[in-house]
Each structure stands twice: as structure tokens, then as C-alpha cells.
Design a protein around this ligand. Structure first.
Ligand SMILES: Nc1ncnc2c1ncn2[C@@H]1O[C@H](COP(=O)(O)OP(=O)(O)OP(=O)(O)O)[C@@H](O)[C@H]1O
Length: 270
């Protein structure tokens, strides 16, 4: 699968009378890792749900390689797009390997068995999230972090051109957070990922979009977006941002107390 192009064009989402997301546009070029950040309730999950086709936009379009994601046959979209989401999934009475094997479904016909190539892809996916030792375990009895890694492995087994993830580091210990984000970084896929940890977002993402109250308020490379001014405005926190001498990525240190006014730096403002 080659990396896909994502274009979200002026998407507005509502739930009853409540507006979740207003006129949001966002792009991810093939192979880019694009981060979605913003406070609780700012609309990140809602926007991702419109991309992985759970929440239909009231207006606007989601395009994957130019095609309207909401008009494609579901199976056709599943061959390109995989998601790792926070929805409370169905209780799988399945082994870990069976759950990961589900990732191969969009590429097969009904009643096709697993080929040697499928088995290799499943093994590789399990190994890349350090879950090889969980293979025969019951999915239902895993810890939160183990479960999360297995769901990521299932998405990897799908070999998507576009991978959409909602807080994939949720429940993961620090080593597994770094490993998983490193895997996403190296994938031959386009990645759209909602993250709360701004330092991880700064290190692993090519570009960030910042949401506040359902609108994009800034976008650009992490160093342009993550400024004390923006963090004060969007999160209401005081911070210092330095370039880490070893990684070259911006590193945010949060400071106790009220933020003081300062400029917003060089991000694209919306
Ligand atoms: N069905 C609904 N009806 C009314 N409000 C809703 C509905 N679904 C979501 N919301 C509200 O819409 C807002 C956006 O929610 P969303 O889950 O997209 O935010 P988020 O940025 O992902 O937040 P978090 O960081 O907490 O995961 C929140 O205020 C949420 O309470």
C-alpha cells in the first residue's frame, strides 16, 4: 500500500443542536505524520470520527486520495484507511492473534483463509508493538496498555495507506509510547494522530493542527505552533519552549501560575 493523501475540507459536525466542529480544513500529504492537539472537548475525536467514517459531516468533505471518503464503498475505504480509536469496542472473545488477523479482512474475500503472507504480516505487526508474547492470550483479559498495543497491531496488519489514531499512547508506559510513535513515524503511510502530550507531538509529528472549541486556531510545524503565547491562549497555561539540544525538537516546560501575554510565533493562524 502506498501512502495516501488526506484532505478535510471545511467540515462541520454537529450532534443534535450541539456544534462539535466548525468549518475545519486539514491536509496530510502522503507519508506525513500530522498531529491533532487541543484541550479536552475541543473536537479532536469528533473530527477523527468524520475521517474514519463514523460521524457524517453536516457540510464539507473528507477526501482520501481525492475520493470522497463518505461515498466510497466501506470495504474499499478499509483497504486504504485503518483506525485506532477510543470507542469502547465490542467484547472480543478472541485471542490476540485473532484480533490482529481481523486487520487482514478488507484484503480478503469471504471465507478466504490466512495465507503464509497474512501470517507474516500479522507476526510483524505483533512484533512491532512488542506483543509477540501476548499472541495466544485472550484479548478480553489484557491490561489497558496491552489491549491498546494489540489494537495498534491490528491497524498495522491492515497495511493502510492512511492511519488515523485517537490518543494511541493512552494507557501505554513511556517505553511503549516511544516505541509505538517510532513505529508510526517509520510506516510507509500517512498518519493523522490526536495526542495530548505536546512534547511527544513535537518530536514525532511533521505538522500540527491545534483545535479549540471545534475550530482550527493554528497549524504548522511543531516549532512554529508550540509557542508560549499559543499555549497560554489555547490551554491557559504558562510555559517555556526551548529547542532540545539532542533531539532538535521543541520542548515545552509547563510552569505553575498564570500565563503572561506573549506573541504566538510563526504558525499559520486561522
Ligand atoms: N453527542 C454529543 N452531544 C453533545 N455533545 C457532544 C456529543 N459528542 C461530543 N460532544 C461534546 O463535543 C465536544 C467535543 O468532543 P470531542 O470528544 O470531539 O473532544 P476531544 O477534543 O476529543 O476531547 P478529549 O481531549 O477530552 O478527548 C465535547 O465538549 C463533548 O462533550
Amino acid at each position: 500500500m502506498t501512502a495516501a493523501e488526506l484532505a478535510v475540507e471545511n467540515v462541520t459536525l454537529t450532534a443534535g443542536a450541539y456544534r462539535l466542529v466548525r468549518e475545519v480544513s486539514l491536509t496530510a500529504r502522503p507519508g506525513e505524520v500530522v498531529g491533532l492537539v487541543g484541550p479536552n472537548g475541543s473536537g479532536k475525536s469528533s473530527l477523527l470520527r468524520a475521517v474514519y467514517r463514523v460521524l457524517r459531516p453536516d457540510s464539507g468533505r473528507v477526501r482520501v486520495d481525492g475520493a470522497d471518503a463518505w461515498s466510497l464503498p466501506v470495504r474499499r475505504l478499509a483497504r486504504t484507511l485503518a483506525s485506532v480509536v477510543q470507542e469502547p469496542g465490542a467484547d472480543f472473545d478472541l485471542t490476540v492473534r485473532e484480533v490482529v488477523a481481523m486487520g487482514r479482512t478488507p484484503h480478503k474475500r469471504l471465507f478466504d483463509g490466512d495465507t503464509a503472507e497474512d501470517a507474516r504480516i500479522i507476526d510483524t505487526a505483533l512484533a512491532s508493538v512488542d506483543a509477540t508474547q501476548l499472541t495466544t492470550r485472550s484479548f478480553d483479559r489484557l491490561s489497558g496498555g496491552e489491549r491498546q498495543r494489540v489494537l495498534i497491531a491490528r491497524a498495522l496488519a491492515q497495511q493502510p495507506g492512511l492511519l488515523v489514531l485517537d490518543e494511541p499512547t493512552n494507557h501505554l508506559d513511556i517505553r511503549h509510547q516511544l516505541e509505538v510513535l517510532g513505529v508510526l513515524r517509520r510506516l510507509p503511510a500517512t498518519v493523522l494522530v490526536a495526542l495530548h502530550d505536546l512534547n511527544l507531538a513535537a518530536y514525532y509529528c511533521d505538522r500540527l493542527y491545534v483545535l479549540r472549541e471545534g475550530e482550527v486556531v493554528a497549524s504548522g510545524p511543531p516549532a512554529a505552533v508550540l509557542t508560549p503565547g499559543l499555549l497560554a491562549e489555547v490551554y491557559g497555561v504558562a510555559s517555556e519552549v526551548a529547542v532540545h539540544p539532542r533531539t532538535g525538537a521543541p520542548q515545552v516546560t509547563f510552569l505553575p501560575g498564570e500565563p503572561r501575554e506573549s506573541g504566538r510565533g510563526g504558525a499559520t493562524m486561522h
